[in-house]
Design a protein around this ligand. Structure first.
Ligand code: FES
Length: 115
């Protein structure tokens, strides 16, 4: 992925994220900014490009707010599409059946690291 952080990049500590909850990250400068976010669920973390498959716009309108009101799914702020936290699959909305683009991450010694 163009502009994606290299493998081994430390994004944050897992315990800095709400459970469940997320945080956005940006890399590079304009016009080639790479925007991604990480979601925490329990002891696991999942990374995605911040790009809704419906219109290719960012999913969030407020900083670090990616969940629906029940905090069970990732929700796009623009038209309300909902995605599973674990794999980014869209279960509801105008892009149902599509998926967010993954940015592989893993948790190492309590740190969320790009794979
Ligand atoms: S832009 Fe995300 S649901 Fe339309």
């Amino acid at each position: 992925m163009t502009g994606a952080p290299p493998a081994g990049t430390v994004l944050c500590r897992l315990d800095e994220l709400r459970d469940p909850g997320g945080r956005e990250f940006s890399f590079g400068g304009r016009p080639h900014v790479f925007e991604m976010f990480v979601m925490r669920k329990g002891d696991a973390a999942y990374g995605y490009v911040n790009d809704c498959p419906h219109t290719r716009s960012p999913l969030n309108w407020q900083p670090d707010v990616f969940l629906d009101t029940t905090r069970r799914h990732i929700q796009c702020a623009t038209h309300g599409a909902q995605f599973r936290i674990e794999d980014g699959y869209c279960i509801w909305g105008p892009c149902k059946g599509d998926s967010l683009t993954p940015v592989p991450v893993r948790v190492e010694n309590g740190l969320v690291v790009v794979v």
